[in-house]
Design a protein around this ligand. Structure first.
Ligand SMILES: *[C@@H]1O[C@H](CO)[C@@H](O)[C@H](O)[C@H]1NC(C)=O
Ligand SMILES: *[C@@H]1O[C@H](CO)[C@@H](O)[C@H](O)[C@H]1NC(C)=O
Ligand SMILES: *[C@@H]1O[C@H](CO)[C@@H](O)[C@H](O)[C@H]1NC(C)=O
Ligand SMILES: *[C@@H]1O[C@H](CO)[C@@H](O)[C@H](O)[C@H]1NC(C)=O
Length: 443
């Protein structure tokens, strides 16, 4: 050992120890003072002011980190999009601020994920997202003063995968708004004030899996409202004002497994419209003013044969059946049809059911809600057990409730904080090793 020290210092001690003490102005720009300790060449100390910039600038009050390049500025009362978002940013988190306007140039076209939910956005310049060919997730939800969007706002977003527009005070959707969004899988439009959907509104959404339209003011669905949605899995239309559904309204939805129509104003529904849904597993029809007169026979028959899971279908008329679940009514109990009605009925059972709504004033009031149904359990009908889950996958059973759109703190941000702490630790470790060394050398 002694020999080693006398003759030659081990290569490790020849090495240059570089210790940086960083003074951070704000989190991303650090000015560093570096102390170089050269052990091999005698006791020399070099004090070097490096003035090193460790990373790209980061907007004030934001946290930035790399791989993937992320700017996190949530919950800071920003009224405008902060300046200085780095040009190569991939993930930008600006939720829970008070931003009012989105303009061209605010964000970088390299953005992949952009969260702007729970702000106060009332205007989006149509060119804000022009050229954002890498954008995959855009969350504009919970901006209740937004109200309207220009038809070309999302033009060219061919990679977009999830678009959140819930609770945005939207009164209508301009035709063409979703054109070209071939990769969109999740479209959240719930809790707006939509009364009407243009025909072919969703016709380009070849990959759409979830379409959430609940909590709007829709009162009718037309033959081509949902045209083109050949991969749609879930269609949520509950808590609207639906009075009328065209008997061909669901004609393209061959992969649909979940259809929610509860809490609407439907007096009737063509069995034919449901017969067009070969993949249907979960149907919710409760809390509608069902008229169980002789016109209901095709629906009664469809429900009897349907092998998936359904809610109750409680009748409000005729008086003899009011309060009864249509699914448990025997055919003999259904009112007999008089001559003209039975003619109509036999046509209906051949599938030619496409009634226009009776005037809404003549509609009975919807029954009082006794149960909370927004997160209905998929419970099979008696005695069928697992059979209603053809794939038998436990995953499907676990996923009983439609998850709320996430509004919690983003995972990435938590990661960012952890990453910063790790960086701080890794800075401290060599420091704690070297400080005793320096004092040793000084002696
Ligand atoms: C949100 O924006 C509206 C106008 O669009 C404005 O009247 C309101 O004061 C804003 N609210 C906040 C909290 O900034
Ligand atoms: C979207 O649909 C197209 C055409 O149907 C298909 O080629 C593509 O792989 C799909 N993309 C996704 C993400 O499913
Ligand atoms: C039905 O929807 C309306 C809004 O359209 C809502 O006010 C009401 O609470 C809902 N009722 C139930 C039973 O969910
Ligand atoms: C159902 O809703 C009522 C109010 O309508 C509420 O008091 C009750 O806690 C709710 N039950 C569940 C299980 O959410």
């Amino acid at each position: 050992m002694g020999k080693l020290f006398n003759n030659e210092l081990p290569p490790l001690l020849h090495a240059l120890f570089l210790v940086c003490v960083c003074v951070c102005a704000h989190v991303c720009v650090c000015v560093c003072v570096c102390v170089c300790v050269c052990v091999g060449c005698g006791l020399e100390f070099l004090l070097v002011l490096c003035g090193l910039e460790l990373s790209q600038a980061c907007p004030r009050h934001c946290i930035c980190y790399s791989s993937p390049s992320t700017v996190s500025c949530q919950a800071h009362n920003f009224q405008v999009v902060p300046e200085g978002i780095p040009a190569q940013s991939e993930r930008v988190f600006l939720q829970n601020n008070k931003i009012q306007r989105l303009l061209q140039g605010h964000f970088s076209p390299t953005t992949v994920m952009l969260w702007l939910y729970s702000n106060n956005i009332s205007y989006i310049q149509p060119s804000t997202f022009t050229g954002f060919t890498r954008l995959e997730e855009l969350d504009l939800g919970d901006n209740r003063h937004l109200g309207s969007l220009a038809a070309d706002t999302f033009q060219g977003l061919g990679r977009l995968h999830a678009l959140h527009l819930y609770h945005c005070g939207l009164l209508s959707l301009p035709a063409g708004l979703f054109d070209g969004l071939h990769n969109l899988q999740y479209l959240y439009l719930q809790d707006n004030e939509l009364e009407f959907l243009e025909d072919d509104m969703f016709v380009d959404l070849l990959n759409l899996s979830h379409l959430f339209l609940h909590g709007n003011r829709l009162w009718s669905l037309h033959q081509n409202t949902f045209r083109g949605l050949g991969t749609l899995d879930r269609l949520l239309l509950h808590q609207n004002r639906l009075q009328w559904i065209h008997h061909l309204a669901f004609h393209d939805l061959r992969r649909l497994t979940t259809l929610y129509l509860f809490n609407n104003s439907l007096p009737e529904l063509a069995a034919e419209s449901l017969a067009m849904l070969p993949a249907l597993e979960y149907l919710r029809l409760n809390d509608n003013p069902w008229e169980c007169d002789c016109k209901v026979v095709p629906l009664w028959d469809w429900l009897r044969r349907f092998r998936g899971s359904t809610s109750s279908v409680v009748c409000v008329v005729p008086p003899g059946l009011a309060g009864k679940d249509l699914k448990h009514v025997k055919k003999e109990e259904l009112p007999a049809c008089t001559g003209s009605e039975s003619l109509h009925q036999s046509k209906s059972s051949q599938g030619d059911v496409g009634h226009f709504p009776t005037s809404s004033s003549s509609l009975p009031a919807p029954p009082k809600a006794g149960r909370n149904r927004t997160c209905t359990r998929y419970r099979g009908r008696k005695g069928k057990g697992q059979n209603e889950f053809p794939d038998g996958s436990p995953q499907r059973r676990k996923n009983k409730c439609i998850p709320r759109t996430s509004v919690g703190p983003p995972i990435g941000v938590q990661r960012a904080n952890k990453a910063l702490m790790l960086q701080a630790c890794s800075l401290l470790t060599p420091l704690s090793l070297v400080v005793p060394l320096i004092t040793f050398i000084l002696r």
